[in-house]
Write a protein that binds this ligand. Structure first.
Ligand code: SF4
Ligand code: SF4
Length: 220
């Protein structure tokens, strides 16, 4: 192939790609942020702190999430619940709760460690800031309102889709954190303010046929 022919063939490839780009045909990418891709149910986005359906905070200030965090980016302080006006069920509540999102690697270990399903991931990942202090999320931003409405550091940010923040229970609806099939279809989590008790994850709503599993075991 001569240099002129190679040049023409190369320009033909470029031209095809150019036309595909401006017409939108054959694109494998999404026109973000105009088009938001639907994310997996268990997407690890920005966290929220949940409330029970009666508005009580789920966090009991136990600090297990902070202990499990490999990035050391959670700071929790527990305090005794006021006897006449408790914040959470039980003895204590999360008095201080902060996550440094600059350090967070969104591994989900805090969510796995939490005994009360207080902290969960949402589907929102738009958290860019122009200074470090805005990356420290406190209870003000993390804790949902009494009706379950999530909060955001920049609620006027056009990329801050509160609908993405409301999708916060995906991980709970997995088979189980241990992956045991025996938990399929079993609701083993508490209801949350604003959304109630979420059903099991799609495709895992049916209880397994234990008799079939038994006979398979017999065969083996
Ligand atoms: S997602 Fe991982 S890194 Fe981020 S706060 Fe939770 S445990 Fe820490
Ligand atoms: S979020 Fe969960 S693990 Fe962390 S302090 Fe609160 S109750 Fe404990």
């Amino acid at each position: 192939m001569g240099p002129v022919e190679a040049f023409i063939r190369g320009m033909a490839v470029t031209g095809r790609q150019f036309i595909a780009t401006i017409t939108g045909k054959g694109l494998v990418t999404t026109r973000y942020p105009k088009v938001m891709r639907e994310k997996p149910q268990r997407f690890h986005g920005r966290h929220v702190l949940n409330r029970y359906e009666d508005g009580m905070e789920k966090c009991i200030g136990c600090e297990l999430c902070a202990g499990a965090c490999p990035a050391r980016c959670i700071y929790v302080r527990g305090a005794d619940n006021p006897a006449d006006d408790p914040v959470s069920p039980g003895e204590r509540y999360g008095f201080v709760y902060e996550i440094n999102m600059l350090r967070c690697i969104f591994c989900g270990l805090c969510v796995e460690a939490c005994p009360t399903e207080a902290i969960t991931h949402t589907q929102l990942f738009e958290m860019s800031t122009t200074n470090r202090s805005d990356a420290i999320y406190t209870k003000t931003e993390l804790l949902v309102d009494g009706d379950g409405q999530p909060n955001h550091m920049f609620d006027t940010d056009r990329f801050a889709d509160l609908g993405e923040l409301a999708k916060a229970d995906g991980w709970m609806r997995a088979t189980s954190s241990q992956g045991r099939a025996a938990y399929e279809g079993q609701v083993a989590w508490s209801g949350s303010a604003g959304v109630g008790v979420r059903p099991p994850e799609r495709g895992q709503s049916e209880l397994p046929d234990e008799s079939a599993a038994d006979s398979e075991g017999d065969d083996g």
